[in-house]
Structures are given as structure tokens and as C-alpha cells.
Design a protein around this ligand. Structure first.
Ligand code: ZN
Ligand code: ZN
Length: 350
């Protein structure tokens, strides 16, 4: 599997006229080799993982077929390898190399460096069957943990305690951990789309935005529900229903060939029907895989097109300062003829 991925990158390197490629972004190194520790990857006619003694055993286990040096400074090892051949053009990930490292590389490699757009990130956007299975397993664990957590949720505990409990249930259910810091945002805190769980005590009849995900073998899930601790008032129900409607409208458009910007627009238009579009500030969704936020992007400025094998979120939200927030998020697989929702956490508001 990883050898096929390396082949795909080498084909791209050949088309770009690159003799070698220095891969620095950790998720890219992992995707290409299986190695999940700290280090760099050099791709030339072969492949070399540059790490240190802390990860020597791990690299051998995770990337058995790939050459590895683990005796010191990662960058120095990569430079030694890159200097060994007379490369004219060496690609590097412009978004993943620090300025200090770039200076060192540039001095030692004699102007052979070529900044590259993150092609590997684009390749990672389309998942293979094994990756889809892991993401689905992560989603299933996260759904089961949420279902149990939801039944026990009562006013009177803090957001932080509630988030910790949800994480605990995911780990007991088989997750490596949470795929990001769980969001439990109650009452007015819900107006901050990425609120951190606080000491705030969850009150009676409050909307609570819960955004959580599990990790299985490095692969993430991502899901949001907005629940209520008590009976909803008219406004709470109206906004929640409007967000659900916007989400349904967008989900119906998910299929290969669909324009990501247009899907975002459809959700925005549905909220506009309820005069709520102005409260939806962020993009509609994003790809999910080894990282919880990856390509493609579903937003007003996106130029991405959906392809079969992509796994994306659809997460419209309404955030009203001083009142509360409502966000609903599904994780969706783009299939050959449409889509399949991977998250199955219960949807009821109360
Ligand atoms: Zn999320
Ligand atoms: Zn998300």
C-alpha cells in the first residue's frame, strides 16, 4: 500500500522534473511510509526515513521495507543523503519547512531546492479502502461513546468534565484518543465555533454544541451534535431545525464531480431562507483522514471538486453572540454514485 503511494509521488516528481523530494510534514511521512514518529523522508530512486534513536525500533516496526537512519539530527541526515547524488532539482514542501531549515538546506544543497505545492496532501484526499475502514471504525467508536454520554448528560457538570467523560468513553471503546480537543460549548459559549471546554457549569434548558472525534490507527473521525438539557423554547427549536435543513440540503449534493463551493452555497442559501445566513461564518466542511482538517475544502473560496473516495464533513452552524450556537456535522464518504454518511450518532435535540 505504501509502495503504491510512493510510486504515485515518484510519477508526479518525474512529471515535475524533480530528482528528489524532501518530505517534512508528519502526516505525509506517515501516509507514505507508515512511520508515525518524528523525522523526515527523502524520496529519490529509493526512500530514506531520517529519525533518531527514540524512534529507531518504531520505524522498523511501522515501515519495515523502508531504509532508515536513526543516529542524530534529522535534517543533517537528509542533507547527507541528498548530497550523495548529483541532484539538480530537489523538491521540498514549502508549507512545512521552517525558514531556519530552509536556509541550512539552501546553503548545503547549492541552490537545487524547489518549493513545491503540497502534492502529497492532494493525493491523500482520496482514500483507499483500508483508510475508509479505519475512519469508519473511528466514527463508530465515537458514535457509541456519544450515545452513552448523551444519556448521562445532566445540567450541573462543567463543560470540561463533560468533555473529559466523552473522551474517556471513546478510549474505553477502543480509540487511541480524541482526534482533537473535544468541544463542549454550553449556552452563550456555543457562539464561539471553536470554544474550548471551560469551567462553566452546564445549565438547565441550554443548547450545548458537542464536537468530537476518535482516532483509530492514526485516522480521525469528526462529528458535531447540538443537544439541549431540557425542553427547547421556540427559538432554540427553530434555529436547530434550520441548521438541520441546511445540512440535509448540502448532503443531498455530495457526489463525485460536485463543486465544493456550490455545496457550501446551498447550505448558506438554506439558512438565508430563515434569515440566519449572516450567523454562519466558517466554511461548510473539510476532508478528514490522518488529520482532522485536510483536503478538500468546502467553502466560499474553494476550488475543489469532490471525487469518489474522499471523506468530508458537512457542518453548517449558526452562532449568535450572547445567545448560543447550533452546529450539526456529519462525516460523509463520496462513493462512485453518490455518498454514504459514516457518522450515526443520534440526532434528537432533547
Ligand atoms: Zn468537528
Ligand atoms: Zn469538522
Amino acid at each position: 500500500m505504501t509502495s503504491e503511494r510512493l510510486t504515485a509521488v515518484r510519477q508526479w516528481m518525474e512529471a515535475e522534473g524533480l530528482d528528489a523530494m524532501l518530505v517534512s510534514a508528519a502526516p505525509n511521512v506517515r501516509w507514505l511510509t507508515g512511520f508515525s514518529g518524528e523525522g523526515l523522508l527523502v524520496i529519490d530512486s529509493g526512500a530514506l526515513i531520517c529519525t533518531d534513536s527514540r524512534y529507531a525500533l518504531q520505524a522498523g516496526e511501522e515501515a519495515p521495507g523502508i531504509e532508515c537512519v536513526a543516529d542524530g539530527n534529522h535534517l543533517e541526515q537528509a542533507i547527507v543523503r541528498l548530497q550523495a547524488a548529483d541532484h539538480e532539482r530537489i523538491g521540498f514542501e514549502a508549507g512545512a519547512v521552517t525558514y531556519a531549515n530552509w536556509q541550512t538546506l539552501n546553503e548545503r544543497l547549492d541552490g537545487a531546492l524547489e518549493p513545491c505545492p503540497d502534492r502529497i496532501k492532494h493525493l491523500r484526499a482520496v482514500k483507499d479502502e483500508g483508510e475508509i475502514e479505519l475512519i469508519e471504525r473511528a466514527a463508530t467508536i465515537a458514535d457509541a461513546a456519544f450515545t452513552e454520554w448523551r444519556e448521562a448528560l445532566r445540567p450541573g457538570i462543567t463543560e470540561r468534565e463533560a468533555a473529559f467523560e466523552l473522551q474517556r468513553l471513546m478510549v474505553l471503546g477502543g480509540a487511541e484518543g480524541a482526534s482533537f480537543e473535544i468541544i463542549v460549548a454550553s449556552g452563550p459559549n456555543g457562539a464561539k465555533p471553536h470554544a474550548r471546554p471551560s469551567e462553566r457549569v452546564i445549565g438547565e434548558s441550554e443548547l450545548v454544541v458537542v464536537d468530537w472525534g476518535a482516532v483509530v490507527e492514526g485516522y480521525c473521525s469528526d462529528c458535531t451534535r447540538t443537544v439541549l438539557t431540557g425542553a427547547p423554547d421556540d427559538r432554540q427549536r427553530e434555529v436547530w431545525e434550520a441548521v438541520r435543513e441546511a445540512q440535509r440540503a448540502a448532503l443531498a449534493e455530495v457526489r463525485p464531480g460536485a463543486d465544493c463551493r456550490k455545496i457550501d452555497q446551498i447550505a448558506r442559501d438554506a439558512l438565508r431562507e430563515h434569515d440566519l445566513a449572516e450567523y454562519f461564518g466558517h466554511g461548510l466542511g473539510h476532508g478528514v483522514g490522518l488529520q482532522v482538517h485536510e483536503l478538500p475544502r468546502l467553502s466560499q473560496s474553494s476550488e475543489d471538486t469532490l471525487e469518489a473516495g474522499m471523506v468530508v464533513t458537512i457542518e453548517p452552524g449558526v452562532y449568535i453572540e450572547g445567545w448560543a450556537g447550533v452546529r450539526l456535522e456529519e462525516l460523509v464518504l463520496v462513493t462512485d454514485d453518490g455518498s454514504r454518511v459514516l457518522t450515526r450518532a443520534p440526532y434528537d435535540l432533547t
